[in-house]
Design a protein around this ligand. Structure first.
Ligand code: GAR
Length: 227
C-alpha cells in the first residue's frame, strides 16, 4: 500500500512556501530566515529580497548566495502611494505566499497593506502594543520596564500594530545602554522570526476575520523570559 503525503510533490520534496523579504539595511533577520531555505526538508523558499535602498548591505549578502534581489528607490516617487504601487508590482512578480518585512523602514500605505492582507508580516523590536515606532530600546529603558523584547505580527494599516503571532522577551538590566539592549533583543529576533517563518511555511498560523491568530500544532508563543 502506498501512503501519500499531500504536502510532498512528485519529487518527494516538501511543497515550499514562497517568501519575499523586504529590507532597508543590514538584513540580519533576512539572513537568518534565508538560512532556513538551505535545509533539505525546509518548506521555505526565498523568492527575492527587495529593498527601498540600493545601498542596503543585505542585498549584496543575498545576491552572493544566488537569491534574486530588486531595488525600488522610494526617492524616485512623488508620493507614498506611487512608491507602494511600484513596490507591489515588483513583489507580485515573485508570486509570494508571504511578504516579510525585516527592518523595512518605510510606512506602508493602506493600499499596499490591503493588497497583501493576511500575508504581510513584520518584526518589531518591542513587546507590542508597547513602543511602536522608533528608538524602542531607549524608550523602554527610559520607561523603566522590566521586560522588553520583540514581536512578529501581521501588518495592519496602523504602524507597528496588528495581530501578534509570537513574541520573545528578556529582562532589562538596570545598567545597560540602549545599544546593549538592542543587541540582546536582536539575538532574540534571530530566533523568533525564523521560528515563525517555519510555522508559516507549514500552514501552522491562521488569522481569522476578527484578527485572531491561531497557531496549529505549536504549544508556545513566547521565547525567553516567562511571564
Ligand atoms: C530589527 O531590529 C527590526 O526589528 C527593526 O529593524 C531592525 C532591522 O535589523 N525593525 C523595526 O524597527 C520596524 N519597525 P536587520 O536589518 O539587521 O534585520
Amino acid at each position: 500500500m502506498f501512503v501519500t503525503d499531500s504536502s510532498l510533490n512528485q519529487t518527494n520534496k516538501p511543497e515550499k512556501k514562497r517568501f519575499v523579504i523586504l529590507i532597508s539595511g543590514l538584513g540580519s533577520n533576512m539572513q537568518q530566515i534565508a538560512q532556513l531555505a538551505n535545509d533539505f526538508s525546509s518548506r521555505v523558499s526565498i523568492q527575492a529580497v527587495v529593498s527601498n535602498k540600493a545601498s542596503a548591505a543585505g542585498l549584496d549578502w543575498a545576491a552572493e548566495r544566488g537569491i534574486e534581489t530588486a531595488v525600488v528607490d522610494h526617492r524616485l516617487f512623488s508620493d507614498r502611494e506611487k512608491f507602494d504601487q511600484a513596490l507591489a508590482r515588483v513583489v507580485v512578480k515573485f508570486e509570494p505566499d508571504y511578504v516579510l518585512l525585516a527592518g523595512f523602514m518605510r510606512i506602508l500605505t493602506p493600499g499596499f497593506v490591503n493588497q497583501f492582507k493576511g500575508r504581510l508580516i513584520n518584526i518589531h523590536p518591542s513587546l507590542l502594543p508597547a513602543f511602536p515606532g522608533l528608538h524602542t530600546h531607549a524608550r523602554a529603558i527610559e520607561a523603566g520596564v522590566q521586560r522588553h523584547g520583540c514581536s512578529v505580527h501581521f501588518v495592519t494599516d496602523e504602524l507597528d500594530h496588528g495581530p501578534v503571532i509570537a513574541q520573545a522577551a528578556l529582562e532589562v538590566s538596570t545598567t545597560e545602554t540602549p545599544e546593549q539592549l538592542a543587541q540582546r533583543v536582536l539575538v532574540l529576533e534571530h530566533q523568533l522570526y525564523p521560528e515563525v517563518v517555519q510555522w508559516l511555511s507549514r500552514d501552522q498560523v491562521t488569522l481569522d476575520d476578527n484578527g485572531k491568530v491561531t497557531l496549529h500544532g505549536v504549544s508556545y508563543r513566547h521565547i525567553g523570559t516567562s511571564e
